[in-house]
Write a protein that binds this ligand. Structure first.
Ligand code: A2H
Length: 253
């Protein structure tokens, strides 16, 4: 845990019915994978969600209507921030693992594709955020490499039961221009640093450092309602719009 509180936007990625049998008890409810992000302005570039295959998740009632899938730890934090059916307690309908979530079809706010899929990422940390991550491979080096691993390694897809149709149709979406790195900053920086897979943690930390600051201070949006605007300017606007639409909430830890 850091000393400074981290302010995340939780993006509500709706699970599209009919649900698989593992999620059968949730049928008829509004169920969301709850993804924690620091970059709500990048949601135009979503290609999938990430889950940790061996991660332990649960489906929690956050109010009268909505069910969030996330870690128990995040559910308890949310309960103390006003997001639980039972004040200051979690209300878990069913325990799940990441394996149960792989392949779920999702409808995510601002995403270009009608449906995107939950896919395995091996570097998710379960004691940070919600344990669910939304994937923006144009801008996030971790997302770019994890999607690259799935696309380029059939054996990796097979190992986790990932169907080609959940991965192959989803190309990188250019959403932000950074003068030094172009329109697909993550691809450019991962290439420059010769990163080979999602497991190269030190190189990826460097790639994140290079893109994250420059993206915020020098980036310009290429798509959506705020195309042509600076990232710095558009970020709070897009976050507010997502919250007003009921597609996102704020979460801190
Ligand atoms: B970011 P910080 Cl486009 N494990 O969202 C691993 N990574 C996680 C996570 C977890 N449990 N929870 C959140 N994250 C990711 C978008 C994005 C992000 C872009 C560019 C950079 C970026 C799309 N993925 O993060 O350690 C989420 O990915 C660069 C740091 O709390 C979240 O924001 O600082 C970010 O890491 C939170 O990281």
């Amino acid at each position: 845990e850091g000393v400074q509180p981290q302010e995340y936007t939780i993006i509500k990625m709706e699970v599209v019915a009919p649900f698989p049998s593992k999620l059968g008890v949730l049928e008829g409810r509004k169920v969301f994978l709850a993804a924690a992000t620091l970059r709500p302005e990048t949601m135009y570039g979503q290609t999938n969600a990430w889950v940790l295959p061996n991660g332990r998740y649960g489906a929690f009632e956050v109010n009268e209507t909505d069910v969030f899938i996330l870690t128990q730890r995040a559910a308890l934090n949310l309960a103390y921030q006003g997001f639980s059916k039972v004040p200051e307690k979690t209300s878990c309908l069913i325990e799940l693992t990441g394996y149960d979530l792989i392949g779920l079809p999702l409808k995510s706010p601002l995403a270009r594709h009608q449906i995107i899929y939950a896919l395995p990422m091996l570097t998710i940390i379960t004691d940070k955020g919600t344990g669910i991550v939304t994937s923006v491979p144009g801008d996030a080096p971790d997302d770019y490499m994890a999607l690259h691993d799935l696309k380029s390694k059939p054996a990796f897809r097979e190992k986790y039961g990932v169907k080609d149709g959940w991965v192959m149709p989803f190309e990188i979406i250019p959403i932000i221009n950074i003068p030094e790195f172009g329109d697909k900053a993550a691809e450019k920086v991962c290439g420059d640093l010769k990163i080979k897979s999602q497991n190269e943690k030190e190189k990826l930390a460097e790639a994140k450092r290079l893109t994250y600051l420059k993206g915020f201070t020098e980036g310009t949006l290429l798509v959506g309602e705020f195309a042509g605007r600076r990232v710095q300017e558009a970020k709070p606007w897009i976050r507010s719009k997502l919250m007003e639409a009921g597609s996102a909430i704020m979460y801190s830890e």
